[in-house]
Design a protein around this ligand. Structure first.
Ligand code: GRF
Length: 223
């Protein structure tokens, strides 16, 4: 991974609130092993854009509605990411399905965080579905992005016990607090060159993971 004084160059893609972006912005470059050089939103006026600006980070809005196909939108996104010379690209609440036009050139450098214990509950409304399906456990997963939606190789998960009195918003809030822990951790591993996607498998520190790591099981030295 190329490095400067402030480590790897990270570009974040957002569509909304940007609390995971904020968690990354709040992680000192010395801890993250990188810094956010730019934020792209596909939604004009997304709250996360203001968070980026407040942190002095450059922003661009690329409105998907101005593009005639997913591929032309993705090509435009890719041009922006390449112009920023991104080493690492993170999806942080980015609500557009990406095609291989964007994904393939960034293979192994593109991460997403998803609010469920993947492979359970890919897609939308995960908290509502976890409750409706009576899951005892829920959580969040950081994974490499591949063309298969929410199905790229999983890296790190955080588990949250579902409580009898949970509703969608209480459960979402508890999961989100864990997201803000695992995303900076995994992004940091990638920024520092500790994490690799090799032949479809995840390697951390040269060891192939046979299953995603669990935040609660992490040895302090790994974090
Ligand atoms: C998070 O729950 C994330 O897991 C999902 O979208 C949500 C984004 O929230 N991909 P925020 O914009 O980071 O606050």
């Amino acid at each position: 991974m190329s490095s400067t004084d402030r480590g790897a160059r990270v570009v974040a893609l957002i569509s909304g609130r940007g609390s995971n972006l904020q968690a990354l912005l709040d992680t000192p470059p010395g801890t993250l092993g990188g810094h956010i050089v730019g934020v792209i939103s596909n939604v004009p006026g997304a709250d996360g854009l203001a968070r980026a600006r407040a942190a002095g980070v450059a922003t661009v809005t690329i409105d998907h509605r101005q593009h005639t196909s997913r591929e032309t939108f993705d090509a435009r996104l890719l041009r922006e990411v390449l112009a920023w010379r991104a080493d690492v690209v993170v999806l942080a609440g980015f609500m557009r399905i990406l095609t291989d036009v964007f994904i393939a050139p960034l293979s192994g450098r593109l991460l997403n965080i998803h609010p469920s214990l993947l492979p359970a509950l890919p897609g939308l409304h995960t908290h509502r579905r976890a409750l409706a399906e009576g899951h005892a456990e829920h959580g969040a997963t950081v994974h490499f992005v591949t063309a298969a939606l929410d199905a790229g190789p999983a890296i790190l998960r955080a588990r949250v016990a579902v409580r009898p009195d949970d509703d969608e918003s209480s459960l979402a809030a508890r999961v989100l607090r864990r997201e803000h822990v695992i995303y900076p951790l995994a992004v940091g591993w990638l920024c520092r060159g500790r994490l690799r996607l090799h032949a479809g498998a995840v390697q951390l520190d040269g060891q192939t993971l046979t299953a995603p790591l669990d935040l609660d099981d992490l040895h302090p030295a790994m974090a």
